[in-house]
Write a protein that binds this ligand. Sequence first.
Ligand SMILES: CC(C)(COP(=O)(O)OP(=O)(O)OC[C@H]1O[C@@H](n2cnc3c(N)ncnc32)[C@H](O)[C@@H]1OP(=O)(O)O)[C@@H](O)C(=O)NCCC(=O)NCCSC(=O)C[C@H](O)C(=O)O
Ligand SMILES: [Mg+2]
Length: 282
Amino acid sequence: MTSTTRPFRSLLYIPGSKERALDKARALPVDAILFDLEDAVMPEAKVEARATLLAALGEGGYGKRAKIVRINALDTEWGEGDVAALKGADIDAILLPKVNSAKDIDRLAALCDVPIWAMMETPLAIFNALEIAAHPRIEGFVAGTNDLAKELNCRTRPDRLPMQMALQTMLMAARAHGVVATDGVYNQFKDEAGLEAECEQGRDLGFDGKTLIHPAQVEIANRVFAPSEAEIDLARRQIEAFEAVLASGQGVAVVDGKIVENLHVETAKKTLAQAEAIAEAG
Ligand SMILES: CC(C)(COP(=O)(O)OP(=O)(O)OC[C@H]1O[C@@H](n2cnc3c(N)ncnc32)[C@H](O)[C@@H]1OP(=O)(O)O)[C@@H](O)C(=O)NCCC(=O)NCCSC(=O)C[C@H](O)C(=O)O
Ligand SMILES: [Mg+2]
């Protein structure tokens, strides 16, 4: 599951306890659903939420959206029960919260055979990001910016300066091992301009997409994390120009006043592949 073969522009958390929201998601244009059994579900509702979620998954209707279930941490009273209940369910991955090291992934890997995603939301996870990304069962990272802020005791700022080290470290680790990297949630779900600015920042940093908490956030994430028409047009022109100079025995083209070498052509091809994957996902 990489972002060029499957888009991960928008990943919507849905509380596993909310039947109405579980149903609504069947019609939302999201790339992935993060069915949540952890923080969005109150302790007294955890066991019932598991059953509600399993019934919704059994009913199906989520189409091509990636179906990822966030279980409770394995050191809680619900974690192992969540994994056992999901055995045989139609899901694409399990998302493990509060990961600290690759050992946490080993523990989950021994209990299930589906791909694993990790919440990157503790200081230890950030320092151990490389070994977590290198784990053979890991396919995706999700930044847990609320938990990180809590752990760091940092202030929430529009530029997310206190988060940059953590965000960039997890991104580097993800890219080193071909793991999908997705940004944290934007809590003020009615503030569209703020969400758009944070999506733009996440896209500039290199994230594949953004995790979301409300359906109203989906359109903005889908738009910002997709290659724009201008980027697609530029990618096509770069590929054409480079092929033309290659045919004349040279290795450097110039497009819009900027050099185009082999490495830029690779980026251009990736842009076109992403656009194609988005079109195919419908
Ligand atoms: C934030 C909410 C509590 C707001 O809920 P509500 O007031 O009900 O919103 P609306 O009335 O505007 O809802 C309109 C309709 O949309 C549906 N809806 C709402 N949210 C979702 C959703 N997430 N997925 C699918 N559908 C949703 C409502 O049912 C309404 O439908 P209808 O009645 O048919 O019109 C609520 O949005 C919410 O609970 N969001 C999810 C919160 C959540 O999942 N939190 C945990 C994940 S974030 C996290 O844990 C961070 C991470 O770990 C970290 O550390 O950073
Ligand atoms: Mg969290």
